[in-house]
Write a protein that binds this ligand. Structure first.
Ligand code: MN
Length: 414
């Protein structure tokens, strides 16, 4: 597909992509898509009649979040994507030939601000990379029994907090809290010392299920609108002291950062791939009859305050042992109702090799293997002034679909 819009050859935002996001310029929040480095205001196109024939309410794109648009269902959202692809393809002159409309609807990337794309009602975080779970179990418990017995039988998860999910570009303050050193008798209070990132992706629920009903593995992807890159910050020292027996709490809920563009499952379809072999065999409600995994390259970068940067991880979404379809089937098997806009984190996506580990906890092996930075300093965990940048993209046969990035700077504790 070629476009009359300039799309750099290595762009994440090819005409095949057509993600959805929320932007502002100076006139409120509105829905947009991105093609190359051009932001397209969908409200302006809609009000000019360019989506005629698609059952879109008048105000479909003039909302501050995409929840209502997503709720219209895949028939409508896919038709919208297809129409955008048509309008921006080289041979189509409907928009290209309307100079005033082009001026009104198109912005350069650096002219706009991006916002959270959805109102996240509930957020669940899984723990679905076997390599990550094995590394953490090895570091904190017993290398011989790194995985708990339940891990290979169900996608382990916990309920996180949605109010502190923030969009790329939002700075994150180092959290304060209670910690206890191994050799101390009593805990102390202060800024977290072991601040970490978690390289994850998250999916956005696109179709609700009623309380008491379940979503099968086969139907699960109909209930997933799309995906974002997800940095699930962790205060390791706070987490270590507080987590027994009820699990993650203040060490996790101070912030979770997402990339601004939701990449649809339809755009990701060409990159579908097999999951790792599941042994032992899963219970029937978790069985997969086709491939439900996706080949998505991931990168985590630390940028120091002087602007130097270093890639600390190159991983891939395909290392997920439990697929999103299995996660959603498991999440609803008890009748739990998921709602449009709910978000599920994959869990830290570590690969088999140390350069593909998805957290500083693993990369620095609990602080025993510091990472050298280009400015001569070392990192065991993150420092104030560091920025963490995570990127994700798929590439196959010259077709590239990417997520852009989630970028966040760490500010000192308040
Ligand atoms: Mn996580």
């Amino acid at each position: 597909m070629s476009s009359w819009i300039d799309i750099p050859s290595n762009s994440d935002f090819s005409l095949e992509n057509i993600p959805f996001g929320i932007y502002s310029k100076n006139n409120g929040l509105r829905a947009a898509t991105r093609i190359g480095n051009t932001i397209v205001d969908l409200d302006v196109l809609h009000k000019a009649g360019l989506f005629s024939g698609i059952s879109l309410p008048e105000e479909a794109f003039s909302q501050s979040v995409l929840n209502d648009f997503i709720s219209l269902g895949k028939l409508v959202t896919n038709a919208t994507r297809a129409r955008i692809q048509e309008l921006f393809s080289t041979e189509n002159s409907q928009l290209q030939g309307n100079e005033q409309l082009v001026i009104d609807a198109l912005w350069k990337l650096d002219e706009v601000q991006m916002h959270l794309p959805v109102r996240v009602g509930d957020y669940t975080d899984f723990y679905s990379s076997k390599e990550h779970a094995t590394n953490v179990g090895t570091l904190f418990r017993d290398p011989a029994n790194a995985l708990f017995p339940n891990w290979s039988h169900l996608p382990v998860g916990y309920h996180g907090r949605s109010s502190s999910i923030v969009v790329s570009g939002t700075p994150v303050h180092r959290p304060k809290g209670q910690t206890k050193a191994d050799d101390a008798d009593v805990p102390s209070f202060g800024p977290c010392r072991l601040l970490d990132f978690e390289l994850e992706m998250a999916f956005i629920v696109g179709k609700s299920n009623d309380l008491g009903s379940s979503v099968s593995v086969e139907k699960a992807e109909d209930h997933i609108f799309g995906m974002v890159v997800f940095n699930d910050w962790s205060a390791r020292d706070i987490q270590k002291w507080e987590y027994v027996p009820l699990g993650p709490f203040l060490g996790k809920n101070f912030a979770s950062s997402i990339s601004p563009w939701i990449i649809t499952m339809e755009a990701l379809e060409p990159f579908r791939t097999a999951s790792p072999t599941q042994d032992p065999k899963v219970l029937p409600y978790l069985e997969m009859k086709k491939d439900h995994n996706f080949d998505i390259n991931l990168e985590a970068i630390i940028e120091t305050s002087n602007g130097d940067s270093k890639t600390v991880s190159n991983s891939n979404f395909k290392y997920m042992y439990w697929s999103m379809a299995q996660q959603l089937a498991h999440h609803t098997v008890n009748g739990c109702n998921m709602q449009v806009g709910d978000m599920c984190g994959s869990g830290t996506l570590s690969g088999p090799a140390p350069d593909s580990y998805g957290s500083m906890l693993e990369i620095s092996w609990k602080g025993t293997k510091p990472v050298s930075m280009p400015d001569g300093t070392e990192r065991k965990f993150l420092q104030d002034g560091d920025s963490v940048i995570m990127k994700a993209f798929c590439e196959k046969d010259g077709n590239r679909i990417g997520f852009g990035e989630v970028r966040s700077k760490i500010l000192p504790a308040i």
